[in-house]
Design a binder for this molecule. Sequence first.
Ligand code: 5RP
Length: 223
Amino acid sequence: MTQDELKAMVGRAALAQVVPGSIVGVGTGSTVNCFIDALATIRDRIHGAVSSSEKSTERLRAHGIAVLDTNAIERIPVYIDGADEIDPRGHMIKGGGAALTREKIVADLADRFVCIADVSKRVAVLGRFPLPVEVIPMASAQIARRFVAWGASPVLRAGVVTDNGGHLIDVHGLNITDPLAMECEINQWPGVVSVGIFARHRASLCLFGGPDGIETVSYTSAS
Ligand code: 5RP
């Protein structure tokens, strides 16, 4: 099976996580695009969606799925999104598609985060994938220097402006053994909009697509 076929398979499998009649939280990326296409087949059975990016909003609307304002919603039962890496406790690196800030906002509204990914995203320790950090443009050099002081290599993502008008720094060479502590620390730095470590908002469940089908992994509070 190709990687695209694996993504299509998990996108379809995620339909089983959608609560009928509810508002669905929708992430961003190529795996989520497959989920959105699958969601279109049951669009009459949901109330609508809240979206984590302009790209996903466009795709949802093109399928005739109503996209609601996050400010009008108190809670949603489930948020479905991909990841760039996921560790054995459900902590993730996200932001490869530049949507990390809105992804975290929608994840924060949700009772459960269901991650959909192909098996290649599974890692023992986060950090091989460069960590995306969205920053206020005037702070980018100062924030980059902080990463250099940690021995890491920050690279400004050329030509990218996020949906929020921010810039992105991709940080290479981190070994994220304590995702929660690192997320909290980076969040304190002036000018950081959000960091692509999802530890406070880790996955509750992950559907991994692999050559043998779907593996469902549930992450409990004790894991
Ligand atoms: C976007 C993200 C995506 O979930 C992540 O990059 C995975 O994308 P894909 O499904 O295309 O591999 O965090 O900001």
